[in-house]
Design a protein around this ligand. Structure first.
Ligand code: SF4
Ligand code: ZN
Ligand code: ZN
Length: 328
């Protein structure tokens, strides 16, 4: 058994392809924690005293994020939020119990909300209506938009300063390539860790794991003894998205040139730094005239209200919003 290239004492447990190093479990954990802390520090993601709400899905990435943040930051300043999408066969009661346990074990408070309770329809409801209407909108669009909107609402109403999501390097590399393929410069800038806040209604989002490979979060979770019930979302197979095709392409490149994803993100960080924009180009978010939540610059409706209007009509959505108010 080869020895660890860092401590030279313990047996190696991991081969890190992008550095060529063999690491033991302890040095591998230290490396991941140190790289995450460095990224937080580099972009000043958390200021002393900030209350940070972690998006907790129960998967390996959110476990790793929770595990690392509760080591390097004050657990009493952390919270977790789990959003139940309302996807049959995916959101299981025992899974939610497991998430609650993992979060509470670390002295972190957990909030559980559902898209149906907050916005009147579950992801399954929206997908069913969309198919009935012959629309060609991916379930991930309904799901992602409403999940983000729910987390922002919980964070704002409960007084959190930051929302931390468990996006890893693979997610970030895919997002960059997708936005380049779409020619969406505004979104490229909006995805940078130094993007301006844009609206007081919008709680700053941070991604501390953005330079950690997905295989590393999987290995970390495994070596830490976390065995999540990884149930695949049924929509993944039914509606393979552009993201899946981009992911496969990036993996082929990474396999032949280890470190490519990291170099892509480093390049992105330099080139799409929003501080290079002139004041006249700075990003200012608009407010949705129906739900009052922040939306992209120049829009009058947020994407979530636009999608729901496409399914149920404007009057129904306005009535639901008025009835619900904004308390969670
Ligand atoms: Fe939502 Fe499933 Fe798409 Fe993930 S794969 S964003 S859970 S619909
Ligand atoms: Zn070691
Ligand atoms: Zn809206």
């Amino acid at each position: 058994m080869p020895k660890c290239d860092i401590c030279r004492a313990r047996d190696a447990a991991v081969l890190q392809a992008h550095t060529g190093l063999r690491l033991c479990k302890a040095c591998f954990f230290s490396d991941i924690v140190a790289r995450t802390a460095r990224e937080i520090f580099r972009y000043n993601m958390i200021r002393y005293g900030d209350k940070v709400l972690i998006g907790v899905s129960g998967g390996k990435d959110s476990f790793v994020l929770l595990n690392i943040l509760s080591q390097i930051y004050e657990p009493s300043k952390l919270g977790g939020v789990t959003v139940i999408e309302g996807i049959e066969g995916y959101n299981r009661a025992e899974h939610i119990d497991e998430i609650r346990r993992a979060v509470r074990e670390r002295g972190v408070e957990i909030h559980i909300v559902s898209i149906k309770d907050l916005w009147g329809a579950s992801v399954d409801d929206m997908v069913r209506l969309s198919i009935e209407k012959g629309q060609r909108i991916s379930p991930c669009t309904y799901c992602g938009i409403h999940r983000r909107k729910s987390i922002n609402l919980v964070a704002r109403e409960l007084g959190y300063d930051k929302v931390a999501t468990a996006h890893n390097l693979d997610d970030e590399a895919q997002t960059i390539i997708i936005n380049i393929l779409r020619g969406d410069t505004a979104r490229l800038y909006m995805n940078h860790p130094l993007r301006p806040k844009g609206s007081e209604l919008f709680i700053d989002r941070i991604k501390p794991l953005r330079k950690i490979y997905e295989w590393e979060t999987a290995k970390y979770a495994y070596l830490a003894g976390y065995r999540p019930q990884e149930v695949e979302c049924p929509y993944l197979e039914l509606f393979p998205s552009l993201r899946v095709r981009v992911r496969d392409m990036i993996y082929r490149i990474e396999a032949s040139r280890p470190g490519s994803m990291l170099r892509l993100l480093e390049w992105f960080d330099r080139v799409f730094d929003p501080s290079r924009l002139r004041a006249s180009e700075s990003i200012k978010l608009s407010t949705c005239i129906i739900c009052g939540e922040p939306t992209s610059p120049g829009r009058t409706l947020c994407k979530s209200c636009e999608l729901q209007i496409g399914l149920l009509g404007k009057v129904e959505i306005a009535k639901r919003t008025m009835k619900r108010g904004h308390s969670i």
